[in-house]
Design a protein around this ligand. Sequence first.
Ligand SMILES: [Zn+2]
Length: 232
Amino acid sequence: MKKLFPGSKKKAFNITYDDGVLQDVRFVKMLNKYGIKGTFNLNSQLMQEQFTWIHPNGMKVTRLSPELVKHLYDGHEVASHTLTHPYMNELSDEECYRQMKLDKENLEKLIKRDVKGFAVPFDYYDERIAKCAKGCGFSYARTSEFTNSFASCTDAYHWKTSIYHIDPNLTNFVADFLNTDEELAICQIVGHSYDLDAENLWGTMELICAAVSKYDDIWFCTNAELVDFLFN
Ligand SMILES: [Zn+2]
């Protein structure tokens, strides 16, 4: 069992955001300011259609264009979130494969880097998707479940993150993470940058980024780097 993360760091921190929306531009700038790495899960087909939708609070949410995506995430991870964000339980095996494989290929062409990760849209996940992710050549597949702990997952193809950013316990959770002596403690926060507007969370997330950035025993990594370290 490994005792420390790369660079002899005791803990690992990551933020993983989905859907590739306009607010990512401001959010990536914030991560860069504090030296924090993000993993961004994108839908390559919706991106081409400049897809928009109306948030339940009435706010219009807009996808980033391929042109903006090309370099926005430099220094961060880009992962697949399917072509069109479908409910995967409604898809045939062939369509599941196409949604994952083609999205990976489209994103790799666009950003000119390997796309190693997959994050499932919505909250449906099963063995079929895990198998499909392996078949498509992903090194991990993220479910929509949370550990609500600092423990790491034991299965890269049923990857669970730590906590959802709208969780009312978020600030306490991060404070506990900064104080814990647990070996190989992981804190992975999941969400969407449009929530930062919709839920008025920009201030909370900036305070969290500023706080964690001050600790020199934390490894700031992408999800793919974390999985690669734990399983290889
Ligand atoms: Zn999504």
